[in-house]
Design a protein around this ligand. Structure first.
Ligand SMILES: CC(C)(COP(=O)(O)OP(=O)(O)OC[C@H]1O[C@@H](n2cnc3c(N)ncnc32)[C@H](O)[C@@H]1OP(=O)(O)O)[C@@H](O)C(=O)NCCC(=O)NCCS
Length: 349
């Protein structure tokens, strides 16, 4: 066991060499705890996830280094400072290596984050825990957070997919062909379409947010560009299927997956959204099925698709359950006022 640690802020442009190797070791220890059967991830995946703030957010990173072994990262803390439409909010992720918990490292990292909240006049912190690691919920309860939304992560195992159903839902495209056409984009988006894509991304604001006090994200062409800059720095492939309304050229629906070359068995489902004016016609079923059909054809090495949804998101769950997604774990979003964190930090330590 290490006798001590010290915390340093980490800039993204120094996240390479020994620093990245240490972060990758920490990342894989955390992942083994959540998913003992999954293979380790490559350093490029760790880097992309540390560089993975949502567009418009400003991310700060601290690492707790072992004082015994300079190259051993014991914990990290990611603080995402929300853009102007959520000027009250930060999102906070603290992860301590399973062998170094209950020694005050989480609290010390929290103190760094709270200092920034005060400097940035932020009043509210959102945190996230997964049920497979009960220490997370114990910690966030101790610091005064309240649950704000329950989510489920589910998986669709591709060897068990009902291919007939997928075919049937893909065929909805033919019934809707007079009004909508599919538009596939692999990798980065064409800059000329950023404005239209921002409109499609904004539909994600209609997904339930439970008691999280978050205002709608303002999607703009600039934010789409920023997300793509980040995406292009990482190792992932990305497939997006949009439904385009022929008469207007508007992108009224989208579904997007990420593919990690170092984990070909896994397809990570990202956003799926259909504009409220265009719901009730089967577009959601069609685009999800078309994506699965493509994965089956072009990615035979993929074993499952993983996706996360709020338990309250009935329309999305109906589609996912219909396709055969099965719940694998639950996650919780928590919220806590910065004032409450200040009193926790000052009362006890
Ligand atoms: C949550 C986590 C970051 C806590 O880190 P840690 O270094 O063990 O926490 P600390 O030792 O600083 O403990 C801080 C306080 O939480 C309490 N606490 C931490 N883990 C606890 C547990 N498993 N059960 C009960 N209390 C716990 C401590 O007793 C301490 O309380 P105190 O201030 O009254 O002494 C760590 O367990 C972890 O990495 N979990 C996985 C990631 C995660 O779920 N993060 C959620 C926060 S974003």
């Amino acid at each position: 066991m290490s006798s001590g640690w010290h915390i340093r802020e980490q800039k993204l442009d120094g996240l390479d060499g020994d620093v990245l190797r240490a972060c990758n070791d920490l990342d894989n220890a955390l992942r083994r705890e959540r998913d003992p059967d999954e293979p380790a991830v490559a350093p490029a995946t760790t880097r992309a996830e540390l560089d993975g703030a949502e567009a418009g957010y400003d991310r700060r990173i601290w690492i707790a280094w072992s004082s015994d072994a300079e190259s051993e990262a014991l914990a990290w803390c990611l603080l995402d400072i929300a853009p102007a439409e959520n000027a009250h909010l930060v999102e906070l992720y603290i992860d301590v290596h399973p062998e170094h918990r209950r020694r005050g490292i989480g609290r010390a990292l929290l103190r760094e984050a709270v200092d920034v909240c005060r400097a940035e006049s932020r009043t509210t912190v959102v945190l996230w825990t997964v049920d497979r690691v009960p220490a997370g919920a114990e910690f966030v309860r101790r610091i005064g957070a309240e649950p704000a939304q329950e989510e489920r992560e589910s998986r669709l195992y591709l060897d068990a997919v009902d291919r007939e159903l997928v075919r049937e839902w893909c065929d909805i495209a033919d019934q809707l062909a007079g009004r909508y056409e599919p538009w596939w984009v692999d990798g980065a988006y064409p800059p000329a379409a950023y404005g239209r894509i921002a409109e499609a991304d904004a539909v994600m604001n209609t997904a339930p947010r439970g008691d999280v006090t978050m205002n709608d994200l303002k999607w703009t062409a600039e934010r789409v560009a920023e997300r793509d800059e980040r995406f292009l720095r990482g190792p992932f492939d990305r497939w997006t299927l949009f439904a385009r309304e022929r008469a207007t050229g508007r992108l009224v629906a989208l579904t997007r997956v990420l593919l990690d070359p170092s984990r070909p068995h896994l397809v990570q489902q990202e956003d799926t959204a259909v504009h409220p004016d265009h719901r009730g016609q089967g577009i959601g079923k069609w685009i999800k099925a078309a994506m699965i059909d493509r994965i089956l054809t072009e990615r035979p090495e993929a074993r499952y698709i993983a996706t996360g949804n709020a338990y309250s998101n009935a329309p999305m769950l109906a589609i996912n359950d219909g396709l055969g997604f099965r719940v694998d774990r639950s996650n919780t979003y928590w919220e806590v006022p910065v004032a409450r964190l200040l009193s926790y930090l000052s009362e006890n330590h």
